[in-house]
Design a protein around this ligand. Sequence first.
Ligand code: IMP
Length: 193
Amino acid sequence: MHLCFATQNRHKLQEIQALLPAGVSLVTPAELGCMEELPETQHTLEGNSAQKADYLFENYNIDCFADDTGLEIEALHGAPGVFSAMYAGKEKNAEANMRLVLENLHNCKNRKARFRTVITLILNGRKEVFEGILEGEILGKPKGSHGFGYDPIFIPKGFTQTLAEMTMQEKNQISHRSLAFKQLREFLAPIVS
Ligand code: IMP
């Protein structure tokens, strides 16, 4: 089965390919001739992942899926959420994003936060949605040098290290993204076997 994954990032595609059942072969939008940026103008993770998948299905008539991830902080009413990549500006600078989160949480006792990944799959014209959540807390200052994005200021519930102090393998065992893609894999497995 060919499935288009709504990413232009080859590295990400290979990573996800390795997680999916052997009968699933991923293609990029570029391989379908889609060179334009996929639209992502909605105000929720669900909306954005659906918008990207809808765009591929409507314009290229192919089975496909798209994902969207955000950091949701309770005391900030769910921000940065869908705006996680550009929280501090269009430059998508991870350091600036973390600084802004820490500033906005200054003197705030409630540090509860979660990462949430939403995947929208369109298969034979039918839509399925999968979600992965990693609960945790925002630290007072960054710690660790692995990972990306907000990893240095996020400690998963039940752990003492930030995501940036964990190895990639350790993070992958618990991450929001892994949980969401595990559900996608489990959904696809009986269909392609
Ligand atoms: P995307 O939807 O996977 O592109 O994620 C959007 C933004 O959320 C990223 O640019 C990061 O700022 C943040 N983010 C997503 N996943 C993670 C993660 O695993 N660790 C830290 N930050 C993340």
